[in-house]
Design a protein around this ligand. Structure first.
Ligand code: 5RP
Length: 226
C-alpha cells in the first residue's frame, strides 16, 4: 500500500466509525489536508444522513460545498459530535503537530468545540517525540520578526513560510530543530508571545482517537486507554 492508499483506508475507517452515531441533526467538524480530502470525498455518499459540517479552512469549505454538503458557521452550531482531521505528527499520547496546510488556528478552534476528535493519519506520522516536523506558528504579520527572535530564545530555528497567507490574513513561522519533550509547556510558552495567534501543538486538546493507517491495516488508538 502506498501513502495515499493508507490515507484512503483511514478516511474510510473514520466514516465507518462515525456513521452509526450520526443523526439527521448531527453536524461534524472537518479538517484540512490530503487525508481530510479523502474523508470528504467518502463522506459525500452519506450527505443525506446528517445536517452538514463546519470547515476548518476555506479550502475544505469549498470541497464540502462541491459535494453538496451544507457548510455551517461555527457560531450558529450548538454541538459538534465529531471532528475528523489529519496531522503532521502524532505521539503515543495522541498529542499532535498540525498546521502543515496553514489551517492550524481554525483547526484548533473546531477541535476545541468537538466532543470527539478523531485523527486520521498514515503510519509515517507516528513519532516518539514531536518536533521532527517543523512546528507551525500563526503570527500577526507585523509581529513576525519579534516573534521569530523570541522563538530563538526558546531554542528553535524559526523559518518564515514565504508566499503563504492564512485564511485569517496572517503569516506562518515554522520552528525547526526542536525536540519537544514537554508539548503542553511549549504550547503555552509560544501562545504567550505577543503577536502569536496560535501554534500547531495540539497537546492541551489532543486527539481522542487516532486511526493510524499501517501496512497491516488500520490501528485504532484511544487516548488514555491502557
Ligand atoms: C493542515 C493540517 C493537516 O492536517 C496536516 O498538514 C496533514 O496533512 P495531510 O493529511 O495532507 O498529510 O494540519 O493545516
Amino acid at each position: 500500500m502506498n501513502q495515499d492508499q493508507l490515507k484512503q483506508a483511514v478516511a474510510q475507517a473514520a466514516i465507518d466509525y462515525i456513521l452509526p452515531h450520526l443523526e439527521q441533526r448531527s453536524i461534524i467538524g472537518v479538517g484540512t489536508g490530503s487525508t481530510a480530502n479523502f474523508f470528504i470525498d467518502l463522506l459525500a455518499k452519506h450527505k443525506y444522513d446528517f445536517a452538514g459540517a463546519v470547515a476548518s479552512s476555506e479550502a475544505t469549505a469549498e470541497r464540502l460545498k462541491k459535494h453538496g454538503i451544507t457548510v455551517h458557521n461555527l457560531n450558529n452550531v450548538q454541538e459538534l459530535e465529531f471532528y475528523i482531521d489529519g496531522a503532521d505528527e502524532c505521539n503515543k499520547h495522541l498529542e499532535l503537530i498540525k498546521g502543515g496546510g496553514a489551517a492550524l488556528t481554525r483547526e484548533k478552534i473546531v477541535a476545541a468545540v468537538a466532543k470527539t476528535f478523531i485523527c486520521i493519519a498514515d503510519e509515517s506520522k507516528k513519532v516518539d517525540f514531536l518536533g521532527g516536523f517543523p512546528l507551525p506558528v500563526e503570527v500577526i504579520p507585523m509581529a513576525r520578526s519579534y516573534v521569530a527572535r523570541e522563538i530563538v530564545k526558546l531554542g528553535g530555528d524559526p523559518v518564515y513560510r514565504t508566499g503563504v497567507t492564512t485564511d485569517n490574513g496572517n503569516v506562518i513561522l515554522d520552528i525547526h530543530n526542536m525536540q519537544i519533550t514537554d508539548p503542553r509547556g511549549l504550547e503555552d510558552k509560544i501562545n504567550a508571545l505577543v503577536g502569536v495567534v496560535c501554534n500547531g501543538l495540539f497537546a492541551h486538546r489532543p486527539a481522542d482517537i487516532l486511526l493510524l493507517g499501517t501496512k497491516a491495516g488500520v490501528e485504532t488508538l484511544v487516548r488514555n486507554a491502557h
